[in-house]
Design a protein around this ligand. Sequence first.
Ligand code: B1M
Length: 209
Amino acid sequence: MSNIAAVRQLVETGKTKLIAAATAEALKEGAAATEILEAMIDAMGVVGEKFSTGAIFVPEMLIAAKAMSKGVEVLKPHLAGKSATSLGTCVIGTVKGDLHDIGKNLVAMMLESAGFTVVDLGVDVPAEKFIAAIGDDVKLVACSGLLTTTMPAMRDTVAAIKSSAASHIKVLVGGAPVTSEFAREIGADGSAPDAGSAVVRAKELLKAA
Ligand code: B1M
């Protein structure tokens, strides 16, 4: 089995104790960090499918997420570069009612490496907490959401920001159920399907500001 295939399987089966060494081994063998990350994301897709069909339950999903997070820690220095330019501060969080944070953490990491100072509010973040975190240096608010049931919370968050004193701050939204149509409909300034394009979109939004 190739090292990348091993990493994929260790995430899928939630082998938290083995994943760091396997990820390091794959890097040592010359695999690109982005390629390993793709394999981990694919593995989480398989985990999600297994959950949908009832083959696994929440605990297995949680342990796979822990394994992926441990693997990402090893990849982090190889994924995140250091930008010479400072783009200002971005406040990021997963919206109220939603506990998924792997995608949000990847977006935060990529924004940081692009030159943003990132203030990560974590998961299950109510609209008021996003607003309270918007200081003078904040240029962007980034909201993540993975559940269709928390899309209304994303709508509420964008509406609250846009009707607050911080209405001029650009809001970027994303996460598996978020489409560009939904983003437009809820009044967000932009959306992105993945962490890489979140950085591109974030920079575009700041240029347009
Ligand atoms: Co949950 N879960 N989960 N889960 N979970 C999903 C999302 C689900 C699709 C699984 C399924 O049924 N197939 C499903 C949602 C269905 C739906 O809403 N349509 C689901 C469900 C139902 C649930 C519970 C309700 C289960 C239950 O309790 N019965 C429950 C809800 C808890 C809650 O949040 N209140 C629940 C719980 C959990 C765990 C806690 C066990 C765990 C999360 C642990 C953690 O995050 N620390 C978990 C996991 C691991 C998953 C899956 C398997 C994997 C998610 C993941 O990390 N993917 C997921 C199935 C799947 O995604 N296929 C599933 C990898 C990650 C890199 O991708 O987060 O999509 P993602 O991020 C992407 C993009 O979306 C994007 O960039 C990233 C890639 O570059 N992106 C942004 C994300 N945020 C962005 C923000 C941006 C831009 C892009 O701009 C700001």
